[in-house]
Design a binder for this molecule. Structure first.
Ligand code: FES
Length: 374
């Protein structure tokens, strides 16, 4: 297996600007896959203790939601040696270290083993993705989907691969990508760990159809690039669920609240004291598993999705423009679509779909960003 991106996207942008735009983008994301397993002794504790332990662990992990994008998965029933995955994405490795320590400091931490841990970073591919030259820029930003399944494995190429000429490798990657395009239901997130961890890549495929992933992997075995795979195991099949449900899957009395499908929900995240976020500042905030771009424009706070509706460009890194009519816009740094910062509406450029907006409140001098029922 190798590391192309398979997701189909279209663009109207000229190809010649692709490299320039990517080079302007400096922020790459750090990614961690932490797999845990519970000591069987924990399952023999009184159920009251189990519930308390899970609740404490739940609140501890959730307290990091504003510092990283965090997705929980269960591996109960799919692997013998791992039971819980916390997929973490952040702008720096520090929140990973602090979360790992906080988990181990909970009562349940005494019964948890970190059985696998992969640490990596997003990066532009050196190979051209000929049918979508923008795609390698888009891959700098991981935006997990709501797919039911995630397949994760570390990956190493043979050293012979790196001795081949770039055109020779590009040719094999082209074949690889063509196979991948036959399975549009499978979306790939490739991250790099040369020098950061024991491997070269950590790949994570998202899909609702495990059989599509199986067929894809089997077909990729027949490609020429497959001859240059040195390692692509262990392979983890992970099931996406709410954190409380993933903890309940470990055992003990349930703590997850039932989901009311049609119920509108409210969620707020504390960001920072207002004095630490003065006019002219802009940054990313994590809210309910989404990245939010927060701006302080001349003392007015605005929050919109950090993901451009065109191809996920990071709006928190965009330039601000004051319009003649008194409104304010942010330029997507990738293809320069302008979005009204108050409404999320695109006002110029290739994007046509508005980006979501979020509520911002200052309570006792502290900024909160939130989602409220209509
Ligand atoms: S990602 Fe293309 S305009 Fe924003």
């Amino acid at each position: 297996m190798s590391q192309p991106s398979f997701r189909q996207m279209t663009t109207t942008q000229p190809q010649t600007n692709s490299k320039q735009r990517g080079d302007q983008l400096t922020k790459r994301q750090y990614v961690r896959f932490a797999f845990y397993k519970v000591d069987p002794i924990w399952r023999r504790l009184p159920s009251q203790k189990q519930a308390e332990h899970k609740q404490e662990l739940l609140e501890t992990i959730q307290s990091f939601n504003r510092r990283m994008l965090l997705r929980p998965y269960s591996l109960m029933g799919t692997r013998a040696d791992a039971e819980l995955l916390l997929w973490q994405i952040a702008e720096s490795p520090i929140p990973f270290q602090e979360l790992a320590a906080a988990i181990m400091n909970t009562a349940m931490g005494g019964y948890l083993s970190l059985v696998y841990s992969y640490f990596s970073q997003t990066k532009r591919s050196i190979y051209e993705i000929r049918d979508n030259p923008e795609e390698d820029i888009e891959r700098l930003i991981i935006q997990p989907s709501e797919a039911r399944y995630l397949f994760v494995y570390p990956f190493i190429k043979t050293r012979d691969w790196y001795q081949l000429s770039l055109p020779a490798r590009q040719g094999m990657m082209d074949e690889h990508i063509i196979v991948g395009r036959k399975y549009p239901s499978v979306r790939l997130n490739t991250t790099y760990c040369f020098g950061l961890d024991d491997y070269e890549f950590i790949v994570a495929f998202e899909t609702d159809e495990p059989s599509d992933f199986l067929d894809l992997v089997q077909e990729l075995r027949e490609t020429e690039a497959s001859r240059y795979t040195k390692q692509d195991t262990p392979l983890f099949t992970c099931i996406n669920m709410r954190l409380a449900e993933a903890l309940d899957a470990l055992g003990g009395p349930p703590i997850a609240q039932p989901v009311e499908e049609d119920k509108q929900w409210e969620e707020w995240v504390e960001v920072a004291p207002l004095e630490d976020f003065p006019p002219g500042e802009q940054r990313v905030v994590y809210l309910a598993g989404q990245q939010v771009a927060l701006f302080n424009i001349d003392g007015q706070l605005h929050a919109i999705s950090n993901r451009c509706s065109h191809a996920r460009g990071p709006l928190s890194e965009g330039d601000i423009e004051h319009e003649e009519d008194g409104t304010c816009s942010v330029h997507c740094p990738w293809h320069y679509t302008k979005f009204d910062i108050a409404t999320g509406q695109p006002v110029d450029g290739v994007a046509t779909i508005p980006v979501p907006t979020y509520n911002v409140e200052v309570r006792n001098g502290v900024i909160f960003v939130g989602i409220q029922p209509e």
